[in-house]
Design a protein around this ligand. Sequence first.
Ligand code: PSU
Ligand code: MN
Length: 305
Amino acid sequence: MNRFLEISAEVQSALDAGRAVVALESTIITHGMPYPQNRDTALAVEAVVRENGAIPATIAVMCGKLRVGVSGHDLDALAKTGLDAAKASRRDLAAILAKGQTAGTTVATTMQIAAMAGIKVFATGGIGGVHRGAETTFDISADLNELSQTPVAVVCAGAKSILDIGKTLEVLETNGVPVIGFKSDAFPAFFARESGFGVDYRLDTPREVAELIAVQADLGMAAGVLVANPIPEADALDAAEIDGRIAAAIEDADNQGVTRKDLTPYLLNRIFELTDGKSLVANIALVKHNAAVAAQIATALAERA
Ligand code: PSU
Ligand code: MN
């Protein structure tokens, strides 16, 4: 175990007992929502994980430590820090630890730290991917690389159409990452249940997903698994309307010259503004839904062992 890793007592004892644990990311807390919605959402998501039989492990970098199981006062402090925290993707981690800083972890670093801790299932909102226009900018999220090399199952609501979803799926294929539709033949587009693209395999129960994760591990394959879980019907936004807002947000980013690691947080915030906050309501609903499914998958995995 490395000298930076700090696992909470509750998460450590769950892992020691072979109980179900679900990792949760923190860029959504620091860079995804304003305070106090970010803290309240983090607490609500943890509660959903518990209701579905697993122990939540919120992961973040705090004061130069890789923390697994951030809760209580620390979770509130992280939420308050918000955008003053760094956003840690894989390439940022050493620099942030060396300086003793605090950061929200992206999907990439949350997977990395979850794997260090021995956690196999992780719930998030949406993954990063290939940005539109990547053929000239080369802006492809490190999340896709991480999925190719870290054996953690990521439950998400697909990818927002701030991304080029077709190219994102192509890179996942190249990287050897199975894309599973949970009770769905369609790859979802975060706010909408369909993106116009399909998934590689549809599985209808947590047990089947757990089986696939276990087989992939038994084969010694290093890659993760992407479980795409469409937003519940009642919470979905109108696809045409949201796509119009997303296009406007991308145009604004272009005009403002926003690029690289600032692009995703900028777009998420701009979409929030352009939808009068409707995007946030949908975002919270889908993260909770993903947390429930992830907890059920983690429970099925624990039962197999
Ligand atoms: N996409 C979303 N919501 C998010 C993110 C992406 O719909 O909150 C966050 C996640 O933490 C993801 C990160 O890992 O942004 C990707 O950032 P980048 O594109 O800079 O790799
Ligand atoms: Mn990027």
